[in-house]
Design a protein around this ligand. Structure first.
Ligand SMILES: Nc1nc2c(c(=O)[nH]1)N[C@H]1C(S)=C(S)[C@@H](COP(=O)(O)OP(=O)(O)OC[C@H]3O[C@@H](n4cnc5c(=O)[nH]c(N)nc54)[C@H](O)[C@@H]3O)O[C@H]1N2
Ligand SMILES: Nc1nc2c(c(=O)[nH]1)N[C@H]1C(S)=C(S)[C@@H](COP(=O)(O)OP(=O)(O)OC[C@H]3O[C@@H](n4cnc5c(=O)[nH]c(N)nc54)[C@H](O)[C@@H]3O)O[C@H]1N2
Ligand code: SF4
Ligand SMILES: [Mo]
Length: 718
């Protein structure tokens, strides 16, 4: 039953239209990169479903975290969009929506696109994608931008997520597959370093793998300005001021080299660049690093010796050190640690930047990135263009060149070069840094189309709002944090007038005159084309098919031929796909963040996640069980900071950065670094911390510095 509130189609109770013949429906959680298997079982009393962990999927088997257990909440939420909506007048927050039919919506959008492209050229229309989408939808969005729009301007939210790690892995190893090892290898590691990764809250079902390693005697080290939930698993916790990872790791490398603890045989056989590292770490003796960082000398020595001497070891990093203007360099230094100690290519050894979103891995492999074609191919490589153009049946010369990164798209709007944007699977007004500037850009668009489950903060500026399909309603494949490509069946029919995302993209391409290139019977047909397009590229899915993936419960890429078993552990043959065939060590000269503290802004603001919310919060803020646990963001500060501003019980705290000023509830926590204020970013509007964050970008990866900006704090009396 459809009702209307504020012009947006709503439904009081969403009919969950499962096939009654199926007693249990197998699917996967929609949230993080673990992609735990789950089952929907008809709930007692016949209304709706219960969620249970699935025994079938060989990852985190039998486990779901609180987000997974509540993953149905947003799908059946009464604010779910069930039909296309258009603006009656201005496209501004609070302005009314009008319900539209699909014909009207698709024709209207296509007409606007044509008119804009006639007046301003093909590149005036841009696409902003997301890493929660299936491989098939990611692939189609990339093809849609290049073939149907002929625009170079496409990028996606993964730019805010994995870009520094991706750039570092490509430089060091010649390839970026997230983790180079399967999760099972964690259990074989004797020494595990977790840097800037809060696994206990962000990939909770990975914790049992760490506990299994610990039970076998493994040492665990965490490196984080906060004593996060993950730090509670650690034998040693290093409380680091944000921005100091490269300094700290140079200290570790100094000990390893000066005490001759490095694996000379591995380094000689498989790497280049040892002298660069020797040079770079010269000035970073452990006592100097202890002085710079406040980390005791003995702790630096203990970790360096412990990791180097361990038979097996793994280093995992995540956004803590990657979302910085020096994020690629910090990551390269942690890679140095693995390479120098020979902890690569063997069971229980490896490096991995822990991927974030459901399909954060596949999302960066199939052409949503500004400079990439499917299979992780460079859009500037003539051979790659020829191959992909061949699969797409177009002239390689007609493929556009590379565009700009996610945040830079908003700059192009402000410059007047981009006039239209299609956002599918992201809520960039909440998740982009310095987001007052993003709001200004969105407001300037002649055409903003948002395809989402909800009328998000971003959609407040849209001219058209199209209902997207949820994870339960769309079949497809995803690639989890291990590089395992698996199949997610369609569990439910789409509600209301919702169209599956892949059909929607095809329908729009059809209206633009490119129907022939976007005619697919099913997601499987899209996948088969994707496999051909990726074939021969770094992320080679060429040997995969739905049948094979289903049979094996997932295949790891690269998988170049139909008889190839897939590649769970990378680099086992000692070969790296770089120009030299060896992995590259990089000497890192630590640099300052874009903003350093001063008298006016004496603290560091860092941002991140809570266990019970997901990203921009579009889904989890609409899930009562999760919202109840964290209804609004709370800033965390050190007791010495509280003392300095004479904070009293009941006070709130005002945070002021060079971008603006906001007031938050506050919690005093003794285990945060004394320089640091932490605020979670899962809210928009008056609670949206990205109003204050810095939009400085990494020069290569174009990653924004979400993790560091200078901030002033003041007490705000009740
Ligand atoms: N519950 C939940 N789980 C999620 C998500 C979510 O939103 N909620 N999002 C998913 C996604 S897309 C991603 S990308 C991942 C992110 O997963 P993580 O990267 O693990 O999460 P964050 O909280 O952003 O940051 C991790 C830690 O980095 C620390 N940190 C800050 N600055 C520094 C620094 O300079 N150096 C070091 N070493 N550490 C620093 C923070 O204190 C924080 O504890 O999680 C995924 N899982
Ligand atoms: N300050 C700060 N900002 C950050 C970060 C940080 O650590 N600090 N982290 C960054 C990171 S790592 C990330 S990944 C980004 C992510 O930030 P966003 O891209 O904003 O992430 P989501 O909230 O997942 O947005 C996904 C949107 O797509 C919708 N959606 C979900 N599934 C589907 C689907 O299948 N089809 C369609 N059509 N829509 C769907 C959801 O309702 C939601 O509105 O945030 C970044 N922003
Ligand atoms: S660990 Fe990640 S994939 Fe698994 S249930 Fe939790 S949010 Fe979902
Ligand atoms: Mo992410």
């Amino acid at each position: 039953m459809l009702t209307r509130t504020g012009g947006v189609a709503m439904n009081a109770v969403l009919p969950l239209a499962a096939d009654p013949a199926l007693a249990r429906i197998r699917t996967h959680c929609c949230f993080c990169s673990m992609q735990c298997g789950m089952e929907l079982l008809p709930a007692a009393g016949g209304l709706g479903f219960d969620i249970k962990p699935s025994p079938d999927f060989p990852v985190a088997t039998g486990r779901l975290c609180q987000k997974g257990l509540n993953a149905l909440g947003h799908v059946v939420h009464e604010e779910r969009l069930l039909a296309p909506q258009r603006r009656a007048g201005a496209a501004l927050p609070g302005a009314p929506w009008q319900r539209a039919g699909w014909e009207e919506a698709l024709d209207g959008i296509a007409a606007s696109i044509r008119s804009i492209q006639e007046r301003h050229g093909a590149d005036a229309v841009s696409v902003f994608g997301g890493g929660s989408l299936t491989n098939e939808v990611c692939y189609l969005l990339g093809k849609f931008a290049r073939v149907a729009l002929r625009s170079k301007y496409i990028d996606y939210n993964g730019r805010y997520c994995m870009s520094s790690a991706a750039a570092a892995q490509v430089r060091a190893f010649g390839i970026d597959r997230g983790m180079s090892i399967p999760l099972d290898d964690l259990q074989m590691a004797d020494y595990i370093i977790l840097a800037g990764t809060n696994i206990a809250e962000c990939q909770p079902t990975m914790v049992p793998y760490l506990l299994a390693a610990k039970k076998r005697g493994a040492k665990i080290v965490t490196i984080d300005p906060r004593q996060s939930m993950t730090a509670k698993l650690a034998d040693i916790h290093v409380s680091l001021q944000p921005g100091f990872d490269s300094v700290f790791v140079n200290g570790l490398l100094h000990v390893i080299l000066s005490e001759n603890l490095y694996d000379a045989a591995f380094v000689d056989a498989h790497t280049t660049g040892l002298n660069d590292v020797r040079e770079a770490v010269k000035g970073f003796s452990p006592d100097t690093v202890a002085m710079y960082t406040g980390i005791p000398l003995e702790v630096i020595r203990t970790i360096a010796r412990g990791f180097a001497r361990a038979q097996t070891g793994v280093v995992l990093t995540a956004r803590g050190l990657e979302q910085q203007v020096n994020g690629m360099e910090h990551t390269l230094n942690y890679i140095n640690l693995c390479l120098l100690t020979g902890k690569m290519g063997r069971p229980g050894c490896g490096f991995g930047p822990v991927t974030g979103q459901a399909n954060g891995q596949g999302g960066r492999e199939h052409g949503m990135k500004a400079d990439q074609l499917p299979g992780y191919r460079s859009i500037e490589d003539p051979e790659a263009r020829r191959h992909v153009a061949g699969v797409w049946g177009v002239d390689p010369n007609d493929l556009p060149g590379k565009g700009v990164s996610a945040y830079e798209l908003f700059g192009k709007i402000l410059d007047g070069e981009i006039k239209a944007m299609i956002v599918l699977g992201s809520n960039p007004l909440v998740s982009s840094p310095n987001n007052a500037r993003v709001a200004e850009a969105l407001q300037k668009l002649e055409l903003l189309v948002v395809v989402d489950l909800f009328a998000t903060e971003t959609a407040a500026y849209a001219h058209w709002l199209l209902p997207g399909s949820s994870f339960l309603e769309a079949e497809g494949t995803l690639t989890n944090l291990e590089g395992r490509v698996f199949h997610r069946p369609r569990a439910l029919r789409t509600p209301g007038e919702v169209m599956e995302d892949y059909r929607l993209i095809s329908a729009l391409a059809d209206r633009l005159g490119f129907g022939e290139s976007f005619r697919y019977e099913s997601p499987e047909a899209v996948f088969d084309e994707l496999a051909r397009a990726s074939s021969g590229g770094p992320a080679d899915y060429g040997g995969m098919s739905y049948a094979r993936i289903k049979e094996k419960h997932g295949l790891y890429w690269p998988c170049p031929s139909a008889d190839h078993p897939g590649t769970p552990r990378m680099f086992e043959n000692g070969a790296y796909p770089t120009a030299t065939g060896r992995a590259k060590l990089h000497g890192i000269a630590p640099q300052k963040p874009a903003e350093t503290t001063d008298r006016e802004y004496p603290f560091i603001l860092t941002t991140g996640r809570l266990g019970n919310h997901y990203l921009s919060g579009a889904q989890t803020r609409r899930t009562a069980a999760l919202l109840k646990k964290a209804p609004f963001p709370v800033a965390e500060i050190h007791p010495s900071a509280a003392e300095r501003i004479l904070l009293r019980p009941g006070d709130r705290i005002r945070l002021t950065t060079r971008r603006g000023s906001m007031v938050f509830d506050v919690k005093v926590v003794p285990d945060i670094h004394a320089t640091t204020i932490f605020v979670p970013f899962h809210w928009g509007g008056e609670h949206g911390i990205n109003l204050l964050t810095s939009d400085a970008l990494h020069p290569v990866s174009r990653m924004p510095e979400f993790k560091i900006c200078a901030v002033r704090i003041e007490r705000e009396a009740p």
